[in-house]
Design a protein around this ligand. Structure first.
Ligand code: AMP
Length: 505
Protein backbone atom coordinates (compact mmCIF):
# COMPACT_ATOMS: atom_id res chain seq x y z
CA UNK A 1 0.00 0.00 0.00
CA UNK A 2 1.11 3.56 -0.68
CA UNK A 3 2.47 5.61 2.21
CA UNK A 4 0.62 8.69 1.02
CA UNK A 5 -0.65 10.32 4.19
CA UNK A 6 -3.96 11.13 2.55
CA UNK A 7 -4.56 7.42 1.96
CA UNK A 8 -3.82 6.71 5.60
CA UNK A 9 -6.32 9.35 6.66
CA UNK A 10 -8.91 8.10 4.21
CA UNK A 11 -8.55 4.51 5.41
CA UNK A 12 -9.41 5.66 8.92
CA UNK A 13 -12.53 7.69 8.09
CA UNK A 14 -15.13 6.60 10.64
CA UNK A 15 -18.31 7.49 8.80
CA UNK A 16 -18.39 9.54 5.61
CA UNK A 17 -21.28 11.66 6.86
CA UNK A 18 -19.54 12.63 10.06
CA UNK A 19 -18.65 16.33 10.25
CA UNK A 20 -14.90 16.86 10.38
CA UNK A 21 -14.73 20.67 10.20
CA UNK A 22 -17.20 22.96 11.91
CA UNK A 23 -16.27 26.29 10.32
CA UNK A 24 -18.01 29.57 11.18
CA UNK A 25 -20.00 29.61 7.92
CA UNK A 26 -20.55 25.88 7.27
CA UNK A 27 -19.75 22.30 8.12
CA UNK A 28 -17.68 19.86 6.05
CA UNK A 29 -18.14 16.10 6.38
CA UNK A 30 -15.44 13.49 5.80
CA UNK A 31 -17.12 12.65 2.47
CA UNK A 32 -17.03 16.36 1.62
CA UNK A 33 -13.36 16.54 2.59
CA UNK A 34 -12.53 13.67 0.26
CA UNK A 35 -14.57 15.05 -2.65
CA UNK A 36 -13.32 18.64 -2.26
CA UNK A 37 -9.69 17.58 -1.89
CA UNK A 38 -10.15 15.65 -5.18
CA UNK A 39 -11.52 18.77 -6.84
CA UNK A 40 -8.63 20.89 -5.55
CA UNK A 41 -6.13 18.23 -6.66
CA UNK A 42 -7.60 18.29 -10.18
CA UNK A 43 -7.42 22.10 -10.20
CA UNK A 44 -3.77 22.02 -9.09
CA UNK A 45 -2.85 19.58 -11.84
CA UNK A 46 -4.70 21.72 -14.40
CA UNK A 47 -2.61 24.69 -13.24
CA UNK A 48 0.53 22.75 -14.07
CA UNK A 49 1.46 21.21 -10.70
CA UNK A 50 3.36 17.95 -11.20
CA UNK A 51 4.48 15.25 -8.76
CA UNK A 52 7.25 16.67 -6.52
CA UNK A 53 6.40 20.32 -7.32
CA UNK A 54 6.09 22.79 -4.49
CA UNK A 55 2.85 24.70 -3.88
CA UNK A 56 3.46 27.82 -1.79
CA UNK A 57 0.49 29.23 0.10
CA UNK A 58 0.25 32.53 1.93
CA UNK A 59 -3.43 32.77 2.76
CA UNK A 60 -5.69 33.59 5.67
CA UNK A 61 -6.75 30.60 7.71
CA UNK A 62 -9.64 28.74 6.14
CA UNK A 63 -10.86 25.15 5.66
CA UNK A 64 -9.98 25.62 1.97
CA UNK A 65 -6.32 26.08 2.87
CA UNK A 66 -6.46 22.70 4.61
CA UNK A 67 -8.06 21.27 1.47
CA UNK A 68 -5.10 22.61 -0.53
CA UNK A 69 -2.78 20.80 1.93
CA UNK A 70 -4.66 17.51 1.45
CA UNK A 71 -4.87 18.04 -2.31
CA UNK A 72 -1.09 18.49 -2.46
CA UNK A 73 -0.66 15.17 -0.67
CA UNK A 74 -3.09 13.52 -3.12
CA UNK A 75 -1.30 14.99 -6.16
CA UNK A 76 2.14 14.07 -4.81
CA UNK A 77 3.03 17.76 -4.55
CA UNK A 78 4.81 19.44 -1.65
CA UNK A 79 2.74 21.82 0.47
CA UNK A 80 4.62 24.96 1.50
CA UNK A 81 2.66 27.22 3.84
CA UNK A 82 4.00 30.70 4.58
CA UNK A 83 3.43 32.86 7.63
CA UNK A 84 0.77 35.46 6.85
CA UNK A 85 2.99 38.10 8.44
CA UNK A 86 5.69 37.84 5.77
CA UNK A 87 6.11 40.87 3.52
CA UNK A 88 6.44 40.64 -0.24
CA UNK A 89 10.21 41.11 0.05
CA UNK A 90 10.38 38.11 2.39
CA UNK A 91 8.14 36.05 0.10
CA UNK A 92 10.55 36.77 -2.72
CA UNK A 93 13.26 34.88 -0.83
CA UNK A 94 11.02 31.85 -0.20
CA UNK A 95 9.79 31.73 -3.79
CA UNK A 96 13.27 32.00 -5.28
CA UNK A 97 14.58 29.39 -2.81
CA UNK A 98 11.75 26.85 -3.14
CA UNK A 99 10.85 27.47 -6.81
CA UNK A 100 7.19 26.54 -6.44
CA UNK A 101 5.14 25.70 -9.54
CA UNK A 102 2.15 27.44 -8.01
CA UNK A 103 1.79 30.27 -5.51
CA UNK A 104 -1.54 30.83 -3.77
CA UNK A 105 -1.86 34.24 -2.11
CA UNK A 106 -4.48 36.48 -0.58
CA UNK A 107 -6.76 38.32 -3.04
CA UNK A 108 -5.31 41.67 -1.95
CA UNK A 109 -1.77 40.70 -2.95
CA UNK A 110 -2.61 38.92 -6.23
CA UNK A 111 -1.35 41.64 -8.54
CA UNK A 112 1.96 42.10 -6.74
CA UNK A 113 2.43 38.34 -6.41
CA UNK A 114 1.74 37.81 -10.12
CA UNK A 115 4.44 40.37 -10.94
CA UNK A 116 6.84 38.60 -8.59
CA UNK A 117 5.86 35.20 -10.00
CA UNK A 118 6.46 36.39 -13.58
CA UNK A 119 9.90 37.65 -12.59
CA UNK A 120 10.85 34.40 -10.86
CA UNK A 121 9.38 32.03 -13.45
CA UNK A 122 6.49 30.66 -11.35
CA UNK A 123 4.02 28.79 -13.58
CA UNK A 124 0.83 30.01 -11.91
CA UNK A 125 -0.28 32.43 -9.20
CA UNK A 126 -3.84 32.24 -7.83
CA UNK A 127 -5.64 33.84 -4.90
CA UNK A 128 -7.69 32.44 -2.04
CA UNK A 129 -9.59 34.43 0.57
CA UNK A 130 -10.87 33.35 3.97
CA UNK A 131 -14.35 32.67 2.55
CA UNK A 132 -13.46 31.21 -0.83
CA UNK A 133 -13.17 34.53 -2.67
CA UNK A 134 -10.34 34.89 -5.19
CA UNK A 135 -9.32 33.21 -8.43
CA UNK A 136 -8.63 29.68 -7.18
CA UNK A 137 -12.03 28.55 -5.97
CA UNK A 138 -14.00 28.97 -9.23
CA UNK A 139 -11.44 26.63 -10.80
CA UNK A 140 -11.93 24.15 -7.95
CA UNK A 141 -15.71 24.28 -8.29
CA UNK A 142 -15.45 23.54 -12.00
CA UNK A 143 -13.22 20.51 -11.40
CA UNK A 144 -14.22 16.88 -10.95
CA UNK A 145 -14.08 15.25 -7.52
CA UNK A 146 -12.61 12.06 -8.95
CA UNK A 147 -8.89 12.01 -8.48
CA UNK A 148 -6.61 9.00 -8.30
CA UNK A 149 -4.32 9.74 -5.36
CA UNK A 150 -0.68 9.48 -6.39
CA UNK A 151 1.21 6.65 -4.66
CA UNK A 152 3.98 7.96 -2.42
CA UNK A 153 6.83 6.22 -0.62
CA UNK A 154 7.38 6.84 3.09
CA UNK A 155 10.31 9.21 2.53
CA UNK A 156 8.76 11.24 -0.29
CA UNK A 157 8.18 14.85 0.66
CA UNK A 158 4.76 16.01 1.79
CA UNK A 159 5.66 19.51 2.98
CA UNK A 160 8.35 22.09 3.41
CA UNK A 161 8.03 24.42 6.38
CA UNK A 162 10.43 27.29 6.71
CA UNK A 163 11.80 27.71 10.21
CA UNK A 164 11.15 31.06 11.83
CA UNK A 165 14.94 31.57 12.01
CA UNK A 166 15.72 34.53 14.24
CA UNK A 167 19.37 34.25 13.19
CA UNK A 168 20.61 33.75 9.66
CA UNK A 169 18.56 32.65 6.70
CA UNK A 170 15.27 30.90 7.20
CA UNK A 171 15.66 27.22 6.27
CA UNK A 172 13.11 24.95 4.57
CA UNK A 173 12.54 21.84 6.69
CA UNK A 174 11.62 18.95 4.38
CA UNK A 175 8.98 16.69 5.91
CA UNK A 176 8.04 13.35 4.42
CA UNK A 177 4.74 11.52 4.39
CA UNK A 178 6.03 9.20 7.10
CA UNK A 179 7.40 12.04 9.24
CA UNK A 180 3.87 13.43 9.44
CA UNK A 181 1.82 10.24 9.59
CA UNK A 182 4.00 8.45 12.16
CA UNK A 183 3.88 11.39 14.53
CA UNK A 184 0.13 11.84 14.15
CA UNK A 185 -0.54 8.17 14.86
CA UNK A 186 1.70 8.30 17.93
CA UNK A 187 -0.03 11.40 19.27
CA UNK A 188 -3.52 9.98 18.65
CA UNK A 189 -2.62 7.02 20.88
CA UNK A 190 -0.62 8.93 23.47
CA UNK A 191 -3.27 11.59 23.96
CA UNK A 192 -6.16 9.08 23.56
CA UNK A 193 -7.89 10.79 20.68
CA UNK A 194 -10.97 8.97 19.33
CA UNK A 195 -13.67 9.73 16.82
CA UNK A 196 -15.70 11.21 19.68
CA UNK A 197 -13.25 14.05 20.17
CA UNK A 198 -13.99 17.62 19.16
CA UNK A 199 -10.92 19.84 19.09
CA UNK A 200 -11.07 23.61 19.32
CA UNK A 201 -8.72 24.69 16.54
CA UNK A 202 -7.63 28.29 17.03
CA UNK A 203 -3.97 28.05 15.97
CA UNK A 204 -2.57 29.35 12.68
CA UNK A 205 -2.18 26.67 9.99
CA UNK A 206 1.08 27.88 8.45
CA UNK A 207 2.99 26.47 11.45
CA UNK A 208 3.63 22.88 12.54
CA UNK A 209 1.50 23.19 15.70
CA UNK A 210 -1.80 24.10 14.02
CA UNK A 211 -1.15 22.41 10.70
CA UNK A 212 0.29 19.08 11.69
CA UNK A 213 -0.23 18.49 15.41
CA UNK A 214 -3.77 19.83 15.66
CA UNK A 215 -5.13 19.07 12.20
CA UNK A 216 -3.49 15.71 11.62
CA UNK A 217 -4.39 14.39 15.05
CA UNK A 218 -8.04 15.17 14.32
CA UNK A 219 -7.89 13.61 10.84
CA UNK A 220 -6.00 10.49 11.93
CA UNK A 221 -8.40 9.98 14.83
CA UNK A 222 -11.48 10.41 12.66
CA UNK A 223 -12.48 13.16 15.09
CA UNK A 224 -13.78 16.65 14.37
CA UNK A 225 -12.72 20.22 14.98
CA UNK A 226 -14.33 23.55 15.65
CA UNK A 227 -12.32 25.67 13.27
CA UNK A 228 -11.81 29.25 14.41
CA UNK A 229 -10.08 31.86 12.24
CA UNK A 230 -7.81 33.04 15.05
CA UNK A 231 -7.42 33.09 18.82
CA UNK A 232 -10.43 34.75 20.41
CA UNK A 233 -11.00 34.02 24.10
CA UNK A 234 -14.77 34.56 23.85
CA UNK A 235 -15.05 32.18 20.89
CA UNK A 236 -13.05 29.50 22.69
CA UNK A 237 -15.14 29.81 25.82
CA UNK A 238 -18.30 29.61 23.71
CA UNK A 239 -17.06 26.43 22.01
CA UNK A 240 -16.07 24.57 25.19
CA UNK A 241 -19.48 23.05 25.96
CA UNK A 242 -19.38 21.35 22.52
CA UNK A 243 -15.69 20.39 22.61
CA UNK A 244 -13.37 17.92 24.32
CA UNK A 245 -9.86 19.24 23.64
CA UNK A 246 -7.88 22.41 23.05
CA UNK A 247 -4.35 22.78 21.72
CA UNK A 248 -2.69 26.10 22.32
CA UNK A 249 0.44 28.10 22.84
CA UNK A 250 1.06 29.32 26.41
CA UNK A 251 -0.39 32.76 25.66
CA UNK A 252 -3.77 31.10 24.90
CA UNK A 253 -3.82 29.90 28.50
CA UNK A 254 -2.66 33.14 30.09
CA UNK A 255 -5.31 35.05 28.15
CA UNK A 256 -8.05 32.54 28.92
CA UNK A 257 -7.16 32.80 32.60
CA UNK A 258 -8.14 36.47 32.42
CA UNK A 259 -11.58 35.51 31.06
CA UNK A 260 -14.41 35.80 33.60
CA UNK A 261 -16.15 32.76 32.11
CA UNK A 262 -13.31 30.35 32.87
CA UNK A 263 -14.59 28.04 35.62
CA UNK A 264 -14.71 24.38 36.50
CA UNK A 265 -18.24 24.24 35.13
CA UNK A 266 -17.27 25.87 31.79
CA UNK A 267 -14.54 23.27 31.20
CA UNK A 268 -16.51 20.29 32.50
CA UNK A 269 -16.89 18.59 29.12
CA UNK A 270 -13.25 19.13 28.13
CA UNK A 271 -10.90 16.21 28.66
CA UNK A 272 -7.58 17.64 27.44
CA UNK A 273 -5.71 20.91 27.30
CA UNK A 274 -2.37 20.73 25.46
CA UNK A 275 0.30 23.44 25.45
CA UNK A 276 3.45 23.78 23.39
CA UNK A 277 5.64 25.85 21.03
CA UNK A 278 7.02 27.87 23.94
CA UNK A 279 7.55 27.23 27.66
CA UNK A 280 4.44 27.24 29.83
CA UNK A 281 5.08 29.02 33.12
CA UNK A 282 4.59 26.81 36.17
CA UNK A 283 2.44 29.62 37.52
CA UNK A 284 0.08 29.35 34.53
CA UNK A 285 -0.11 25.58 34.96
CA UNK A 286 -0.99 25.99 38.65
CA UNK A 287 -3.49 28.80 38.10
CA UNK A 288 -5.24 26.75 35.38
CA UNK A 289 -5.50 23.74 37.64
CA UNK A 290 -6.84 25.82 40.50
CA UNK A 291 -9.50 27.43 38.33
CA UNK A 292 -10.60 24.49 36.18
CA UNK A 293 -9.39 21.31 37.86
CA UNK A 294 -7.49 20.38 34.65
CA UNK A 295 -3.71 19.87 34.47
CA UNK A 296 -2.46 21.31 31.18
CA UNK A 297 -0.45 18.70 29.27
CA UNK A 298 2.79 20.26 28.01
CA UNK A 299 4.66 18.79 25.07
CA UNK A 300 7.78 19.69 23.12
CA UNK A 301 8.47 19.66 19.43
CA UNK A 302 9.81 21.72 16.58
CA UNK A 303 9.26 22.25 12.88
CA UNK A 304 12.12 19.89 11.98
CA UNK A 305 11.07 17.03 14.23
CA UNK A 306 7.32 17.21 14.78
CA UNK A 307 6.63 16.26 18.41
CA UNK A 308 9.43 14.74 20.50
CA UNK A 309 8.20 14.54 24.08
CA UNK A 310 4.99 14.82 26.03
CA UNK A 311 3.83 14.78 29.58
CA UNK A 312 1.82 11.63 30.23
CA UNK A 313 -1.90 11.29 29.66
CA UNK A 314 -2.23 9.28 32.85
CA UNK A 315 0.27 10.03 35.55
CA UNK A 316 1.81 13.28 36.69
CA UNK A 317 1.89 16.19 34.31
CA UNK A 318 4.70 18.15 35.82
CA UNK A 319 4.79 21.91 35.37
CA UNK A 320 8.04 23.18 33.93
CA UNK A 321 8.83 19.86 32.21
CA UNK A 322 7.96 18.59 28.74
CA UNK A 323 7.50 14.99 29.85
CA UNK A 324 8.89 11.83 28.31
CA UNK A 325 10.19 10.99 24.83
CA UNK A 326 7.24 9.79 22.74
CA UNK A 327 7.11 6.11 21.75
CA UNK A 328 9.50 5.55 18.85
CA UNK A 329 11.52 8.72 19.58
CA UNK A 330 15.02 8.36 21.03
CA UNK A 331 16.21 11.38 22.97
CA UNK A 332 19.57 12.00 24.60
CA UNK A 333 21.49 14.90 26.13
CA UNK A 334 24.95 15.61 24.74
CA UNK A 335 27.82 18.01 25.12
CA UNK A 336 27.21 20.56 22.35
CA UNK A 337 30.70 20.63 20.80
CA UNK A 338 32.00 17.09 21.21
CA UNK A 339 28.66 15.28 21.06
CA UNK A 340 29.65 13.22 24.12
CA UNK A 341 26.50 11.78 25.63
CA UNK A 342 25.92 13.16 29.13
CA UNK A 343 24.69 11.44 32.25
CA UNK A 344 21.19 11.82 33.66
CA UNK A 345 20.80 15.20 35.34
CA UNK A 346 23.49 16.96 33.32
CA UNK A 347 22.59 19.88 31.09
CA UNK A 348 23.45 19.69 27.41
CA UNK A 349 21.93 19.89 23.96
CA UNK A 350 18.90 17.67 23.28
CA UNK A 351 19.33 15.27 20.36
CA UNK A 352 16.57 13.19 18.82
CA UNK A 353 16.16 10.35 16.37
CA UNK A 354 13.06 8.64 15.05
CA UNK A 355 10.54 8.48 12.21
CA UNK A 356 9.42 11.99 13.20
CA UNK A 357 12.74 13.62 12.30
CA UNK A 358 12.79 15.56 9.01
CA UNK A 359 14.67 14.75 5.81
CA UNK A 360 16.98 17.76 5.93
CA UNK A 361 16.97 21.42 4.93
CA UNK A 362 15.88 22.20 1.39
CA UNK A 363 18.91 22.71 -0.83
CA UNK A 364 21.27 23.07 2.15
CA UNK A 365 23.18 19.78 2.31
CA UNK A 366 26.05 21.21 4.34
CA UNK A 367 23.79 22.86 6.88
CA UNK A 368 21.83 19.60 7.12
CA UNK A 369 24.98 17.54 7.63
CA UNK A 370 26.23 19.85 10.37
CA UNK A 371 22.99 19.46 12.37
CA UNK A 372 23.11 15.67 12.50
CA UNK A 373 25.54 13.43 14.41
CA UNK A 374 27.19 10.55 12.55
CA UNK A 375 24.74 8.07 14.13
CA UNK A 376 21.73 9.93 12.80
CA UNK A 377 20.69 11.96 15.85
CA UNK A 378 19.42 15.48 15.05
CA UNK A 379 20.91 18.25 17.18
CA UNK A 380 17.86 20.27 18.20
CA UNK A 381 19.70 23.32 19.51
CA UNK A 382 17.59 23.19 22.69
CA UNK A 383 19.42 22.84 25.98
CA UNK A 384 17.95 20.59 28.60
CA UNK A 385 18.31 17.68 30.97
CA UNK A 386 16.54 14.50 31.99
CA UNK A 387 15.60 14.26 35.66
CA UNK A 388 15.68 11.17 37.87
CA UNK A 389 12.10 10.28 36.95
CA UNK A 390 12.85 10.53 33.22
CA UNK A 391 11.07 13.84 32.62
CA UNK A 392 12.77 16.11 30.10
CA UNK A 393 13.38 19.73 31.14
CA UNK A 394 14.21 22.48 28.66
CA UNK A 395 16.43 25.30 29.91
CA UNK A 396 16.52 27.37 26.73
CA UNK A 397 17.91 27.52 23.22
CA UNK A 398 21.66 26.93 22.89
CA UNK A 399 21.97 30.29 21.21
CA UNK A 400 20.34 31.95 24.24
CA UNK A 401 22.85 30.42 26.65
CA UNK A 402 24.76 33.18 28.43
CA UNK A 403 28.47 32.81 29.06
CA UNK A 404 29.51 35.34 31.67
CA UNK A 405 33.07 35.39 32.95
CA UNK A 406 33.54 31.92 31.45
CA UNK A 407 30.59 30.43 33.35
CA UNK A 408 27.44 29.07 31.75
CA UNK A 409 24.26 30.80 32.84
CA UNK A 410 21.02 29.10 31.80
CA UNK A 411 18.44 31.84 31.40
CA UNK A 412 15.57 29.67 32.60
CA UNK A 413 17.16 29.18 36.01
CA UNK A 414 17.42 32.92 36.59
CA UNK A 415 13.98 33.57 35.08
CA UNK A 416 12.37 30.98 37.39
CA UNK A 417 13.86 32.67 40.45
CA UNK A 418 12.68 36.12 39.34
CA UNK A 419 9.22 34.83 38.39
CA UNK A 420 8.78 33.34 41.86
CA UNK A 421 9.11 36.76 43.54
CA UNK A 422 5.93 38.52 44.66
CA UNK A 423 4.70 41.15 42.24
CA UNK A 424 6.33 39.59 39.17
CA UNK A 425 4.38 38.26 36.18
CA UNK A 426 7.28 36.98 34.09
CA UNK A 427 10.79 37.72 32.93
CA UNK A 428 13.29 37.13 30.15
CA UNK A 429 16.99 36.89 30.85
CA UNK A 430 19.50 37.56 28.07
CA UNK A 431 23.23 38.04 27.69
CA UNK A 432 24.51 41.25 26.17
CA UNK A 433 28.11 42.12 25.28
CA UNK A 434 30.17 43.06 28.35
CA UNK A 435 33.77 44.32 28.23
CA UNK A 436 34.94 42.32 31.26
CA UNK A 437 32.69 39.27 31.36
CA UNK A 438 32.11 38.60 27.67
CA UNK A 439 28.40 38.74 28.32
CA UNK A 440 26.49 40.47 31.08
CA UNK A 441 23.35 38.85 32.47
CA UNK A 442 20.44 41.22 31.89
CA UNK A 443 16.86 40.73 33.05
CA UNK A 444 13.76 42.19 31.44
CA UNK A 445 10.81 41.92 33.82
CA UNK A 446 7.04 42.35 33.70
CA UNK A 447 5.50 43.41 37.03
CA UNK A 448 1.95 42.82 38.19
CA UNK A 449 -0.21 45.94 37.93
CA UNK A 450 0.45 48.17 40.93
CA UNK A 451 3.49 46.18 42.10
CA UNK A 452 6.37 48.34 43.23
CA UNK A 453 9.21 45.82 43.41
CA UNK A 454 12.26 47.49 41.85
CA UNK A 455 15.69 46.56 40.55
CA UNK A 456 17.33 46.75 44.00
CA UNK A 457 14.67 44.57 45.62
CA UNK A 458 14.94 41.93 42.89
CA UNK A 459 18.71 41.78 43.12
CA UNK A 460 18.59 41.62 46.93
CA UNK A 461 16.11 38.74 46.79
CA UNK A 462 18.20 36.79 44.27
CA UNK A 463 21.44 37.22 46.15
CA UNK A 464 20.77 34.31 48.52
CA UNK A 465 19.36 32.10 45.80
CA UNK A 466 21.82 32.31 42.92
CA UNK A 467 25.60 32.21 42.56
CA UNK A 468 27.07 35.63 41.99
CA UNK A 469 27.95 34.99 38.34
CA UNK A 470 24.29 34.24 37.59
CA UNK A 471 22.94 37.46 39.10
CA UNK A 472 21.63 40.00 36.61
CA UNK A 473 23.90 43.01 36.27
CA UNK A 474 20.88 45.10 35.31
CA UNK A 475 17.11 44.71 35.57
CA UNK A 476 14.68 46.53 33.27
CA UNK A 477 10.91 46.74 33.50
CA UNK A 478 8.52 46.51 30.54
CA UNK A 479 4.74 46.25 30.16
CA UNK A 480 4.98 43.12 27.97
CA UNK A 481 7.70 40.86 26.60
CA UNK A 482 8.02 40.89 22.79
CA UNK A 483 6.52 37.65 21.43
CA UNK A 484 6.01 36.22 17.97
CA UNK A 485 2.70 34.74 16.82
CA UNK A 486 3.53 31.35 18.37
CA UNK A 487 4.04 32.95 21.78
CA UNK A 488 7.84 32.67 21.74
CA UNK A 489 9.69 35.46 23.52
CA UNK A 490 11.88 37.18 20.94
CA UNK A 491 15.12 37.31 22.89
CA UNK A 492 17.01 38.53 19.84
CA UNK A 493 15.01 41.78 20.03
CA UNK A 494 15.85 42.20 23.72
CA UNK A 495 19.55 41.53 23.10
CA UNK A 496 19.51 44.03 20.30
CA UNK A 497 17.76 46.66 22.37
CA UNK A 498 20.32 46.41 25.17
CA UNK A 499 23.42 45.64 23.11
CA UNK A 500 25.25 48.83 24.11
CA UNK A 501 24.32 48.60 27.78
CA UNK A 502 27.79 47.73 29.04
CA UNK A 503 29.77 49.31 26.20
CA UNK A 504 32.88 51.11 27.41
CA UNK A 505 32.49 54.82 27.12
P1 AMP B 1 9.07 25.81 16.02
O1 AMP B 1 9.97 25.15 15.04
O2 AMP B 1 8.62 27.16 15.59
O3 AMP B 1 7.93 24.92 16.41
O4 AMP B 1 9.93 26.07 17.33
C1 AMP B 1 10.51 24.99 17.99
C2 AMP B 1 11.14 25.46 19.27
O5 AMP B 1 10.17 25.93 20.19
C3 AMP B 1 11.86 24.35 19.99
O6 AMP B 1 13.13 24.08 19.44
C4 AMP B 1 11.91 24.89 21.41
O7 AMP B 1 12.96 25.82 21.54
C5 AMP B 1 10.59 25.65 21.51
N1 AMP B 1 9.55 24.85 22.19
C6 AMP B 1 8.58 24.11 21.65
N2 AMP B 1 7.83 23.54 22.62
C7 AMP B 1 8.34 23.95 23.79
C8 AMP B 1 8.01 23.72 25.17
N3 AMP B 1 6.97 22.99 25.53
N4 AMP B 1 8.79 24.29 26.12
C9 AMP B 1 9.85 25.06 25.76
N5 AMP B 1 10.21 25.32 24.50
C10 AMP B 1 9.46 24.78 23.53
Amino acid sequence: MSDNLFELIRARVPDPDKIVIHAPDRDISYAGLIALSGQVANALVALGVRVGDRVAVQADKSPEMLLVYLACARAGAVFLPLNTGYTLAEIEYFVSDAEPALVICRPATLEAMRALGARLGVKAVESLGATREGTLWPKVEAASADFATVARAADDLAAILYTSGTTGRSKGAMLSHRNLSSNSLTLVDYWRFTRDDVLIHALPIYHTHGLFVATNVVLFAGASMIFQPKFDADAIMAAMPRATALMGVPTFYTRLLEHDGLTREATRRMRLFVSGSAPLLAETHDAWRAKTGHAILERYGMTETNMNTSNPYDGDRIAGTVGFPLPGVSLRVAEPESGRVLAQGEIGVLEVKGPNVFQGYWRMPEKTASEFRADGFFITGDLGKIDERGYVHIVGRAKDLIISGGFNVYPKEVESEIDALPGIVESAVVGVPHPDFGEGVTAVVVREPGASIDEGAILAALEDRLAKFKLPKRVFFVADLPRNTMGKVQKNLLRDQHKDLFAKR
